[in-house]
Design a protein around this ligand. Structure first.
Ligand SMILES: [Mg+2]
Length: 249
């Protein structure tokens, strides 16, 4: 794809969002729920997710447990897919606990070298200054999330509302569990909240929780995927969101 095509599709993503739709989503939000990897930062920017997944697959192989994973190499570039698959086949086992702990350690390491999503830091600070409550609702480890937020000086904008992966692995998104926990803890009605996410599973979780959804993606491919899944408001940058929150648009 040429850069012109990318630019054109990016512009299309912005106009498809519709300025009015975006504004009403933002202005209706008393509580903002953030997916972490994507909207807040690029977690595996320098610590490759593929390598983490391969490490988990190799660790299972070393224990003679390769048979737990179907023989489709391609899907094992996603560490969460490895964990989910093993958790489905050995629910509640020590093996799953150990595998989850290994993934948490890798995510914690990745958090040290994650790239902030452009405009996320100032948007988080501005929204907080405007009296909105913020929460993280993610499939990543809350340990990694807190570590990243502290490194950016953003922990105070969210604390204590970080809802990440728990031992109940069957309740990862698209299950709305982490969103429901955030709503309960902040005392917000679903209709007064807004979920910012970058994947169809974020959208599904938001729909199931009854929370309005704002898609924020950095590639036309992801934007297409979200819209195909039913997202109506999708932006390719947080910049227009920040401008509205600042009252500049
Ligand atoms: Mg994400």
């Amino acid at each position: 794809m040429t850069s012109d095509q990318t630019h054109t599709e990016g512009a299309a993503a912005r106009s498809a969002a519709g300025a009015g739709d975006l504004r009403s989503l933002i202005e209706g939000a008393r509580v903002v729920l953030w997916d972490f990897d994507g909207p807040v930062c690029r977690l595996f920017a320098r610590h490759s997710a593929e390598r983490v997944a391969k490490g988990m697959v190799d660790w299972l192989a070393g224990r003679g447990l390769s048979a737990l994973l179907p023989e489709d190499e391609r899907q094992w570039s996603d560490p969460h897919a490895v964990l989910r698959t093993v958790a489905e086949r050995r629910p509640g086992s020590d093996l799953v606990t150990e595998l989850e702990a290994r993934l948490t350690a890798e995510e914690r390491r990745a958090a040290d070298s994650a790239w902030p999503t452009p405009y996320a830091d100032p948007l988080i600070r501005t929204w907080t200054a405007r009296g909105r409550r913020l929460a993280v609702a993610t499939n990543n480890s809350p340990v990694a999330v807190r570590s990243y937020l502290a490194s950016r000086g953003l922990d105070g904008c969210f604390a204590p509302h970080v809802y990440g992966r728990t031992r109940e692995l069957h309740r990862l998104k698209p299950d709305p569990y982490c969103l429901d926990r955030a709503l309960n803890a902040t005392g917000a009605a679903a209709s007064e909240a807004l979920m910012i996410g970058d994947s169809p599973s974020d959208l599904e979780a938001a729909v199931r929780a009854g929370v309005p959804f704002l898609g924020c993606v950095h590639s036309p491919k992801k934007a297409r995927l979200l819209r195909k899944s039913g997202a109506t408001v999708v932006v390719d940058s947080l910049e227009p969101v920040l401008r509205i929150v600042r009252g500049q648009a």
